[in-house]
Unconditional design. Structure first.
Length: 195
């Protein structure tokens, strides 16, 4: 069915997340972190994923635990929704302009979690959001999602545009990677036979 439902409860966060890879881009996002809500909403829309996230986190401390744990849950959801990855394209990439920012992402649903991060975000904050948390979110997503993610900034000076471009580009890369290749719909896309 390519749908996953994830619950995660710790002393720092309580998260419920639902992901449908065959969606239309609908989202219902309530993380307690406004900028992350915005990024996940456009991630769902540009990936054409239906995504709901409800999180109660210790944002009285800061947004770190909320952002990282949602990355963990989203990674777990991709793993669950993809199952044995039979028939998927596996790879995806996107070169995406966001005004003056130009972001390249490439993903491999390889079974090996790795992030290669190449964003130079000039501001320490966008609104109340600590921009260093973008990398923390992507690390958690890559590790728990068993995926390799490369993200590179080729141009850009506005922190909001750089981050938004990265989330949109990643969403579109993942949409390509999770798509079913009808020519090979019964095959695992690896010479090893497993991913």
């Amino acid at each position: 069915m390519r749908v996953a439902e994830i619950s995660r409860r710790t002393a720092e966060t309580d998260i419920r997340l639902r992901l449908d890879l065959n969606g239309t881009g609908l989202s219902q996002i309530e993380t307690g972190c406004g900028f992350l809500d915005h990024m996940l909403t456009l991630f769902a829309r540009h990936g054409r994923f239906d995504l709901s996230v409800a999180c109660k986190g210790d944002t009285c401390v800061d947004d770190h635990h909320t952002v990282e744990d949602i990355g963990i849950c989203l990674g777990d959801a991709f793993v669950q929704a993809l199952g044995d990855k039979r028939g998927i394209v596996r790879y995806g990439s996107m070169l995406l302009p966001m005004d003056e920012a130009l972001i390249l992402t490439a993903v491999d649903l390889s079974g090996r979690g790795m992030l290669c991060f190449g964003l130079d975000i000039p501001a320490a904050k966008v609104g109340t959001f600590d921009t260093e948390l973008v990398e923390e979110f992507l690390i958690a997503l890559a590790r728990r999602g068993d995926m390799t993610i490369h993200v590179r900034q080729l141009a850009g000076g506005n922190s909001h545009h750089i981050i938004e471009g990265a989330f949109k580009s990643l969403a579109r890369s993942l949409a390509q990677a999770v798509a079913i290749d009808q020519r090979f719909s019964q095959e695992i896309p690896s010479t090893k036979g497993v991913l």
